[in-house]
Design a protein around this ligand. Structure first.
Ligand SMILES: NC(=O)c1ccc[n+]([C@@H]2O[C@H](COP(=O)([O-])OP(=O)(O)OC[C@H]3O[C@@H](n4cnc5c(N)ncnc54)[C@H](O)[C@@H]3O)[C@@H](O)[C@H]2O)c1
Length: 361
């Protein structure tokens, strides 16, 4: 297949800025984007064994974490740089920002560089909805959404697009965050209630999404708040020492994870013994393990975010980008006329001081 981005200039790499990502998402439509992206993520979970897998490489500090998330399917390679700093919103910054690279394994050349702050919110929501498709009670319409920050609306939109969720019960310790969510989602097909407590938000919910940010073992949900048959989509506990659920909920739930070696370090299950049984999402998707088996079962998707999901997101964006003008080409890779003459390229650069000093000598 010919490369849709081929232009004969090896130095250029397509770059998707935040501006371009917003254009692309809006042109496709948020719900359609989420649905198609979920398809790509699911497709890659189905070929799980084809991927190189490693827990992400995390650099922790007192204030947060910076992580690198690499993977490859042998043909393409992808990685994401992502941070998590819960205090950031108080300084006008995002808790989570990211960018990523998608490359050709055959020659190591990048094929795409992209903003991934918006893309991470979309892929996290898409992955949650994908897990929900296999784990949530059939016909669920009501979701409690606890933590109404940057991820929240994306989660709501993905659960609407893929599962038909149209009733939201919003709760955040900061009432202004819930009000923001209410404003942003108004007119998009939801019946919404802002709740005064997390307990109140759980009233009548068939699914609960927790997407709070705090760098501690928090207890957003206690055992008494979780009734039989609910599906828990736990998004915010994604770092050592950063969880959202009381341990007793975990021991009552059937737990589903992305990649156990990473989730045991970062997920809710860091609170459990290292051999506590968990099921891998890819095994459910491929039919090798059961998802929801019965109405009374409590299912928990202990989401932390795995590299293949970012790989799928970059793969999707690159496919959707072809033929559009929602990118620019960056002069990223040095491309001397003769590959080994890298120094000569510097020497011959117009106005090179190297050449001038040689002339003087
Ligand atoms: N699992 C994944 O793949 C994944 C991906 C992206 C982000 N995350 C995590 O999701 C969480 C949310 O991310 P974000 O970008 O929306 O953060 P954000 O800072 O924009 O929003 C977090 C919200 O949680 C609220 N909150 C904090 N403590 C609370 C509590 N006890 N009860 C109710 N609300 C509370 C805050 O007021 C804030 O509005 C973060 O912890 C982030 O690390 C996980």
């Amino acid at each position: 297949m010919t490369d849709p981005f081929a232009h004969g200039q090896l130095n250029l790499v397509p770059f998707v800025s935040v501006h371009h990502m917003m254009e692309l998402v809006l042109e496709i439509g948020v719900e359609r984007f989420l649905t198609e992206l979920t398809g790509y993520i699911e497709e890659d979970f189905r070929r799980w064994e084809a991927f190189d897998k490693t827990p992400r490489v995390a650099s922790h500090s007192r204030e947060g974490v910076i992580e690198l998330m690499p993977t490859s399917d042998g043909k393409h390679y992808g990685f994401k740089y992502v941070n998590g700093h819960p205090k950031n919103t108080r300084e006008g910054r995002q808790t989570v920002t990211a960018f990523g690279v998608y490359a050709d394994v055959g020659n190591g050349y990048p094929l795409l560089i992209s903003e991934m702050t918006i893309l991470t919110a979309l892929r996290t929501a898409a992955t949650s909805a994908l897990a929900g498709k296999y784990l949530a009670p059939k016909g669920a319409r009501t979701m409690a959404l606890i933590g109404n920050g940057a991820q929240a609306e994306f989660q709501a939109m993905a659960f609407k697009a893929l599962l038909g969720i149209d009733r939201l019960r919003l709760y955040d310790i900061d009432h202004a965050a819930s009000e923001k969510c209410l404003r942003n989602l108004a007119g998009l097909g939801f019946d919404m209630t802002v709740c005064g407590t997390a307990e109140d938000a759980m009233e009548g919910a068939e699914i609960v999404t927790t997407a709070t940010a705090d760098k501690q073992y928090a207890t957003i949900l206690t055992d008494n708040m979780v009734g039989a048959g609910i599906h828990i989509n736990a998004v915010g506990g994604d770092c050592p020492g950063k969880t959202e659920l009381h341990r007793d909920i975990l021991t009552r739930s059937d737990i589903f994870v992305e990649y156990p070696p990473q989730t045991r370090i970062e997920g809710e299950i860091q609170q459990l013994e290292p051999d506590h049984p968990v099921e891998e999402l890819w095994r459910v998707i491929t039919g090798q393990a059961a998802g929801r088996r019965e109405a009374g079962q409590i299912t928990l998707f202990d989401s932390v975010g795995f590299a293949t999901e970012d790989f799928s997101a970059l793969r999707y964006v690159r496919d959707r980008l072809a033929g559009t003008d929602h990118y620019v080409n960056l002069d990223l890779l040095a491309d001397p006329d003769e590959p080994r003459d890298l120094f000569g390229m510097l020497l011959r650069f117009p106005g090179s001081s190297l050449l001038a000093s040689r002339r003087r000598a």
